[in-house]
Each structure stands twice: as C-alpha cells, then as structure tokens.
Design a protein around this ligand. Structure first.
Ligand code: SAH
Length: 252
C-alpha cells in the first residue's frame, strides 16, 4: 500500500466534524491529520474533547497524532503536491479532478516518493481563494448540482473511500459458505434424483410430454441455489419428512 495522502482541515469549526473526520480516516486507511487554526483552541477543554472523542467512535490514534498549525503555509510546507477540495468553481483557471481521477494520481506520486495532501475548507465558507491558489489541483466530488455541498467529514469519507477502493482486494462477488463447502455434483444429483422419484410417486408430472421441460426447470432452480454440502443434507431431511420415509431406507 502506498503512503496515503495527508488530510488537512483548514479552520474547522465543529469538534464533532474533527472527530468524524478521524473516524472516516480510520475507516479508509488514511493516517495523518493536520488542523489549521481550529475554531476551538487546541488542546481542547474537557467538554470539547469529550464531544470530539464521542464523534470519533474510537479513532483516537488519528486524533492523538493530529498536528495543529497556525497557518496554511506552515501546514503544507513539506508537501510535494496539494489538492484542494471544493464544491465550487471559484472562477479560476485550475485543474479540477474527480476523486476517481485524483486518487490514481496520488498513488502514482506517492510511488515516486512525493508527499501528497488533501485540503478541506471550513464548514460555513469552504476554502477561500487565498488557500485554493496554494493547491496544485482541485478535487470536486460530483454530486447533485442543485445540492452538492457535503458535510466536512463526509467529504473526507468520500475521498478516503475512493482511496481505499483502489487498493482493496475484496472480490466483487463471492458466495460466502462459512465452514461448509459447495456440494459436489454427485451430492447435488443424488438429491435431485431422489426429489424427482418422490415427485413421480406423488404424481407431480402430468404428462410424459411435459416432463423434460419441468425437469429442466426444477434442475435450473436448484442449481441457482448453489447449495453447500450442509444445505443438501438439510434438503434431504426436508424431503424425508415430507414423504415420511427415512432417507437411509429409501436411498443409500
Ligand atoms: N459552504 C461551503 C461548503 C463547505 S463544506 C462552500 O460553499 O464551499 C466543507 C468542506 O467540505 C469544503 O470546503 C470542501 O473541502 C468539502 N466539500 C464539501 N462538498 C464538496 C464537494 N462536493 N466536492 C469536494 N469537496 C467538498
């Protein structure tokens, strides 16, 4: 995993948002938080500290290691490439990226040994132009154009989410089977044949003509269930209970 970008909150107003930012960062594998002149002076008093800790839901490590700076210039001094997040265009010539485009750019830069950072603005006013111009590029999260301004910590979460997705190896679609394994074809067919003969005995197939298509349909449905060995055993039990004959006496 490449070194994640530093997250910078510029003049955050609410300690809850700082706490929720730490939580979002911990959720998404981001590590370094920098704060520039938070509204409530640092270190926080007991009441603010408690409110922040509650909002962080245990992401203490990020908060304990957070660094506080007196100016944006000092906070960004060691960064090689800085992104500013904003919901607005600011009427300036500038490179504007989506998070989906910005994250691979960050990863490529980290791979070349560059230190990157993502800057977030104050809740009420966002980033002022004087700060925006300090960044190399801007990130705008594409959202409903009529209502695109996010809560500060949620904006951090969406950037972190995009960051995490590019490194995550979770298979997109798996059949979770716990301790059991998918049934073998033989186990499946044994069950299916037993079902078919029970249906035969019960007079389920109205005519021989209809039989092949009904059989295909039944098999298709059962195959789609992708049953495990344990599930096949359970369905044998179901069948036995319905026909009133213990499985062992009917089939071996
Ligand atoms: N009223 C402010 C909104 C500030 S929201 C404004 O109009 O700019 C607080 C911060 O969250 C913003 O400064 C920005 O860093 C981030 N943010 C909110 N919505 C965003 C979006 N759609 N795309 C990128 N960043 C966003």
């Amino acid at each position: 995993m490449q070194t994640p970008p530093v997250i910078l909150l510029i003049e955050p107003q609410l300690v809850e948002n700082i706490g929720m930012t730490a939580r979002a960062m911990m959720n998404t594998g981001l590590r370094e938080l920098r704060l520039v002149t938070p509204r409530d002076p640092w270190p926080l008093g007991e009441v603010h500290q408690k409110r922040m800790a509650a909002a962080s839901s245990g992401a203490d490590e990020i908060l304990e290691n957070a660094k506080v700076f007196a100016s944006v210039e000092e906070a960004i001094a060691d960064l090689n490439y800085l992104y500013a997040t904003t919901a607005r265009t600011h009427d300036m010539v500038n490179r504007i990226m989506t998070p989906r485009a910005a994250v691979p750019d960050m990863i490529a830069r980290a791979g070349r040994g560059e230190k990157t950072g993502v800057m977030f603005g104050r809740e009420r006013t966002g980033l002022i132009n004087d700060y925006i111009v300090l960044a190399n590029a801007k990130i705008t999260i594409p959202l409903n154009p009529e209502f695109s301004s996010l809560n500060l910590a949620q904006a951090v979460l969406l950037i972190g989410y995009e960051w995490y997705q590019t490194q995550d190896q979770t298979p997109a679609d798996i059949l979770y089977t716990g301790g059991s394994v998918p049934a073998t074809r033989e186990e499946y067919l044994n069950f299916y044949h037993r079902l078919e003969s029970a249906l035969d005995e019960a007079g389920f197939f109205p005519t021989e003509d209809m039989r092949p298509s009904m059989i295909r349909s039944l098999q298709n449905t059962l195959q789609r269930a992708a049953m495990t060995e344990q599930e096949i055993r359970t369905w044998h039990g179901v069948l036995s209970a319905l026909v009133g004959i213990p499985r062992r006496n009917q089939h071996s």
